[in-house]
Design a protein around this ligand. Sequence first.
Ligand code: SIN
Length: 349
Amino acid sequence: MKKVFFLLFLLIFSVSLFAQRLPRVRILATGGTIAGTGASADRAAYTAGELPVKDLIAAVPGLDKVAEITGEQVANVGSQDMTVAIWIKLNKRINEIFKNDEADGIVITHGTDTQEETAYFLSLTVRYDKPVVLTGAMRPATAISADGPKNLYDAVVLAASKEAQGKGVMLEFSESIFTGRDAVKINTTHVEAFNSPNDGPIGQVYDGQVVFYKQLLRKENKSTPFDITGMTSLPEVAVVYLYADAPATGINAAIAKNVKGLVTGGLGNGNLNKVNTTAVEAAVKRGISVVRASRVPSGRVVLHDETDDAKLGTIVSDDLLPQKARILLMLGLTQTMDKAQLQQYFFEY
Ligand code: SIN
């Protein structure tokens, strides 16, 4: 009798082991080079955002062994045409998927040009801390040694991994893992196209294994106040770039357009030349929130340092580059126009 019970137990135990489900990963496709096709395999010219999500999944051998994969086409654009409207759609879909427990992790395939911006936007607005991993490719799907299938495989490994639980929005590219906040495209054509200029990657996906060796101390995801549920647009924020002898044309145009916010891609420690300092004074007087960022790829813009921010009425971006500072200012302006509070957002997020 004991033997029968033991055999029964063994049978139930092995059936339950086999029945253990793979993690569920939803792939949300938005286009980009990873879905691009070219006329020939040996030339770089191609059209981004051509292939549908089912073809992207089919091109990766072994993906179904890593996770239970489902796919959805959210958009199919080159990411130079990414819009706030698509960001809002993505955000809504991600929150729905997690709320309805449709997946354990999400992978977003995306063009590389604005991938870092989408990653930061989502890291500030998604209300769950389950893994959301952005990836893409530098070579189109039809190229020799296309990098898309490997990046997609690694992104799925990451999204499905227990190590990524609670880590929120990340970007995975060429085996490196970056936070959604700090990832920056650092090369126009090379396959190792991303880095985080201040801190480097936080981990690696290699040989199907995920390793983290750092963690972000900034607040992200569900701990931010930026719940955009129900919003269909965001306050307009312009970015103006500074250079030697730069005229105030850009800032004056932004003022004339009645933008709500302005980010300057300033020189060095976010510095402005004289004509642009006068233009910023005028913008602040008109009620425009102005953030001083820098065109320098790494380092901080320091409050009340070389520039008298108290006198000028400006906020600093801390270590956010202008394109990322714009996103935080757009979201910040959905909450407040109070300068001190906006500045606090830049120190916390
Ligand atoms: C794009 O951003 O859609 C084009 C470039 C790329 O994906 O690498």
